[in-house]
Design a protein around this ligand. Structure first.
Ligand SMILES: Cc1cc2nc3c(=O)[nH]c(=O)nc-3n(C[C@H](O)[C@H](O)[C@H](O)COP(=O)(O)OP(=O)(O)OC[C@H]3O[C@@H](n4cnc5c(N)ncnc54)[C@H](O)[C@@H]3O)c2cc1C
Length: 405
């Protein structure tokens, strides 16, 4: 049997999982990544799950070494430092760059191509191979094309126009502070726990991760409810240019970062305010729900954020990407199924999983929405998660079936 060929568009988490898994299943794989330089995590942490570690092993990554910071405690603290809730939970927190490096190292170098931006895809059919066109004019065919091109997937837009992400009514400030820049008391508390704190219209999550330089950092994600006018202003630079899908840290108006730092001091316990203060550069992120009505067309399959994006409360972006890649690999490995049949099976398996991950994340995010703005169902979730123990227990925990292992 001739070796079958897959082109994977996008060389981040989903693309690397798919490339590694299909390569190990005997496929000839090529990854087309539009970035001209290797990707970098820009100071972000990833919450791991048992399913995600199993997926990494399926992708050929040795998970027996030191992956990140192991934690056993979860904590919620009030403004005066009072413990609102505490639970026991074992979890490893990784840096994004470490994960990317491990997945990259598992893949032969010559299959990963930087600076290859795909601008058109003909999705093919049972009898016709799909065709990929790059911005350079280069064209390639394969047995299957895998769209791993992220939340603003151009391939999804080509195949399913209008199925774009919808912004949540809140945004997130993110960042990482070196742990040794914090007071001893803050280090002791935040360096050993996954911390979730809510205040009206606010949610703050902190946890330690290993940085690219080997030092421990406290990573934070701070969700803030915003009005439409505030959102426009936050995502506009001083010249009035508006970047609704995301603003680079340098374009954020300095007064917004200053106000955020001051608000952290006003709202949260001093240890948490220290983290925000000691973070050199604050990042601002749009929080979205992305759902696709289907995950395949012809011989093209969508995986990872290109298909579904669940708000980060569930901490599942990477696990979902790996689970999609594994489900796709197992479907494509069926010797009795054509590529089109295999993709239909993949769609049937993963579509409900993506829908439920997005829904679960919305339920967790209900804690940020004022009671008057919620539907009765969301109002019940809001009340449920205003209980600090419930919120600690359900934030960033593995969702059944997501890893597909
Ligand atoms: C730099 C970075 C840091 C991140 N940090 C975190 C984090 O800390 N925590 C977390 O939960 N999630 C993080 N994410 C998102 C997380 O990695 C994703 O939710 C998850 O891993 C799924 O990734 P993905 O590969 O589907 O999408 P993405 O990570 O968005 O990757 C999509 C890739 O496709 C490439 N691409 C897009 N269009 C084209 C095209 N036309 N041609 C070729 N290539 C194209 C992009 O350059 C990108 O590399 C990060 C993503 C990135 C890129």
């Amino acid at each position: 049997m001739t070796q079958r060929k897959a082109i994977i568009v996008g060389g981040s988490m989903a693309g690397l999982f798919a490339a590694n898994m299909l390569y190990r299943a005997g496929w000839d794989v090529s990854v087309f990544e539009r970035s001209p330089a290797p990707l970098s995590g820009r100071g972000t942490g990833i919450v791991t799950h048992a399913g995600m570690l199993a997926l990494l092993r399926k992708a050929g990554v040795d998970t027996s070494g030191d992956l990140g910071v192991p934690l056993t405690r979860r904590l919620s603290i009030g403004k005066s430092g009072e413990v609102r809730a505490e639970t026991r939970f074992e979890q490893i927190l990784m840096g994004w760059s470490k994960l990317y490096a491990l997945l990259q190292a598992a893949l032969p170098r010559d299959v990963y191509h930087l600076n290859r931006s795909v601008c058109a895809v003909d999705c093919g059919s049972e009898t016709q191979s799909p065709l990929v066109t790059c911005q350079s004019g280069r064209t390639d065919t394969a047995d299957v094309v895998i769209a791993a091109d992220g939340v603003r997937s151009a391939i999804r837009e080509m195949l399913m126009p209008g199925e774009s992400a919808v912004a949540a009514p809140y945004v997130a400030w993110r960042g990482m502070a070196r742990m040794d820049a914090l007071s001893r008391a803050a280090q002791q508390q935040l360096g050993q726990a996954f911390v979730v704190v809510t205040e009206p219209d606010e949610e703050m999550v902190t946890y330690p991760v290993l940085g690219d330089d080997g030092a421990v950092y406290i990573n934070f994600v701070w969700y803030r409810l915003v009005t439409t006018e505030e959102r426009v202003d936050l995502f506009s630079d001083s010249e009035g240019n508006h970047f609704p899908q995301g603003i680079s840290p340098r374009a954020i108006k300095p007064e917004h970062a200053l106000r955020a730092r001051a608000a952290a001091t006003e709202l949260f316990h001093a240890h948490i305010a220290e983290v925000v203060e000691a973070t050199p550069e604050l990042l601002l992120q749009v929080i979205v729900d992305q759902t696709a009505s289907r995950m395949t067309q012809g011989r093209v399959a969508l995986i990872g954020d290109a298909a579904f994006v669940a708000r980060p409360h569930v901490g599942q972006g990477v696990t979902k990407a790996g689970g999609d890649a594994w489900a796709l690999t197992t479907c494509l490995s069926d010797p009795c199924a054509s590529v089109v049949d295999a993709l239909q099976r993949y769609n049937a398996l993963r579509l409900p999983v993506g829908v439920s991950a997005v829904e679960r994340a919305r339920e967790l995010g209900a804690v940020l929405i004022p009671a008057c703005d919620t539907t009765p169902t969301m109002s019940r979730w809001r009340d449920h998660y205003l209980n600090a123990t419930e919120l600690l227990s359900d934030t960033a925990v593995e969702l059944p079936g997501l890893a597909h292992v």
